[in-house]
Design a protein around this ligand. Structure first.
Ligand SMILES: Cc1cc2nc3c(=O)[nH]c(=O)nc-3n(C[C@H](O)[C@H](O)[C@H](O)COP(=O)(O)OP(=O)(O)OC[C@H]3O[C@@H](n4cnc5c(N)ncnc54)[C@H](O)[C@@H]3O)c2cc1C
Length: 167
């Protein structure tokens, strides 16, 4: 008999801060090749997700993205990376009020990791070209959002959410 997945789907998910910011779950990842492959794929996912995030998100969209980022950090399957990234999130809280602020934030925290690993910094002013959101291909544009080929708005760091220590 196959498991009843619908039952667990019906249970409400209440995610509080304790769940979002709890201890990282994974063990240290010793295999350097796996660690690099995982990192590469994960950054691609994160940056592309930002490029596809709504320009004008609803409160729910923003809450979902913020939760996702904290859970991404907590569950990241390289334990030492996860613990470091959680510290980075505590210092630079996710910015989720628009596509451009999210993309700028992700670029910034990736550069923090790059610096720690002695990799060159990425020029975040180029991020809109690099991770093309592909918005022009969307058959159904978001309500109220004017879609053009170059619809990636210029990057700004949102002071309100504080890309600063301890914000
Ligand atoms: C959350 C997280 C934490 C990690 N922590 C660690 C760790 O503690 N120790 C460890 O050894 N590895 C860690 N990694 C893996 C590490 O960041 C790299 O992914 C891995 O070393 C492979 O590096 P890479 O040179 O292929 O480029 P990556 O850093 O994987 O980047 C992939 C591509 O993204 C582009 N890119 C580079 N910087 C940026 C930027 N700032 N913004 C947008 N695009 C950019 C470049 O084209 C680059 O080639 C972590 C990965 C993630 C996702």
């Amino acid at each position: 008999m196959s498991p009843d997945y619908t039952r667990s789907h019906q249970q409400p998910v209440n995610i509080d801060d304790r769940v979002l910011k709890g201890d990282a779950t994974a063990q240290k990842l010793e295999n350097a090749t796996l660690k690099a492959e995982l990192g590469n794929a994960s950054w691609k996912l994160l940056h592309t997700m930002m490029a596809k995030f709504p320009d004008k998100p609803t409160e729910d969209d923003s809450a979902a993205l913020k939760s996702y980022i904290h859970l991404f950090a907590r569950l990241y399957p390289c334990g030492d990376c996860a613990r470091h990234f959680q510290k980075i999130l505590a210092k630079y809280p996710p910015q989720v009020t628009s596509r451009s602020s999210g993309a700028a934030w992700a670029c910034h925290v990736h550069n923090v990791v790059n610096k720690r690993l002695k990799k060159p910094a990425f020029d975040c002013s180029k991020i809109g070209d690099f991770y093309d959101c592909g918005c022009a291909e969307d058959p159904v544009p978001s309500k109220g959002v004017k879609v053009t080929k170059d619809s990636f708005t210029p990057l700004t760091l949102d002071d309100k959410e504080g890309l600063t220590r301890g914000g």
